[in-house]
Design a binder for this molecule. Structure first.
Ligand code: GSH
Length: 202
């Protein structure tokens, strides 16, 4: 049985929980409180030297880190990962976009505001995140103007990867009201079978 080292408010962890719920993959969830430094203990660093969740234990002593790598590993033989090589590469394109152009701005803002409750202390840093964060949302909205899902006109792990922090972007101070295509896509993702809420374990 898989073991997922997890922190419920984390969008990166939520990607994995959502996928496992939708694929019906059973697992044991182990809570790791990142706010108490529990990912930085010698015991945790021995499992993931990068000191971060989500972390999936695939077999005793075999660990996989990085949310989007975990999505690929779990979904590669499922309907949530396409067969066509171009579509597969396009899924990767959006997952890399999420990690480089989206998550560092939108997720980090949410972390400072909603999880740490330190909006004031991080005011200057937050201001620097707004432009690139909105730029990422704009890219997504433009893409979704012409299609219902990110890749191959169907729900894939590209949608899961991007949904995780986009649907809670308001908690990081981002206003989604101008992004109508994006909002419609959020509703479509939420309507998928076996969808779970970010703060629910299953
Ligand atoms: N690129 C990584 C990022 C993982 C990450 O940033 N995890 C955060 C929670 S969302 C964490 O574990 N922070 C605790 C720490 O850095 O000590 C992924 O996609 O999994």
């Amino acid at each position: 049985m898989f073991k997922l080292y997890d922190f419920l408010p984390s969008g990166n962890s939520y990607k994995v929980r959502l996928l496992m719920a939708q694929l019906g993959i059973p697992y044991n969830r182990i809570d790791v409180d990142i706010l108490k430094g529990e990912t930085r203990t010698p015991k945790f660093l021995a499992m993931n030297p990068n000191g971060r969740i989500p972390l999936l234990e695939i077999a005793p002593g075999i660990y996989l880190a990085e949310s989007n790598a975990i999505l690929f590993y779990l979904a590669k033989s499922s309907p949530l990962f396409p067969d066509d090589p171009l579509h597969q590469a396009q899924v990767m394109q959006w997952l890399f976009f999420e990690q480089y152009s989206h998550e560092p701005y939108i997720a980090t803002s949410r972390y400072w505001i909603a999880l740490l409750g330190k909006e004031r202390d991080y005011r200057e840093e937050l201001a620097k995140k707004r432009g690139p964060g909105y730029a990422a949302l704009e890219v997504m909205d433009r893409h979704l103007a012409a299609q219902d899902f990110f890749v191959a006109e169907r729900y894939t792990i590209a949608d899961i990867g991007l949904y995780a922090y986009t649907h809670v972007a308001d908690e990081g101070g981002f206003d989604l009201s101008a992004f109508t295509y994006l909002q419609a896509w959020l509703r479509r993702v939420k309507a998928q079978q076996r969808h779970i809420d970010i703060r629910l374990a299953t």
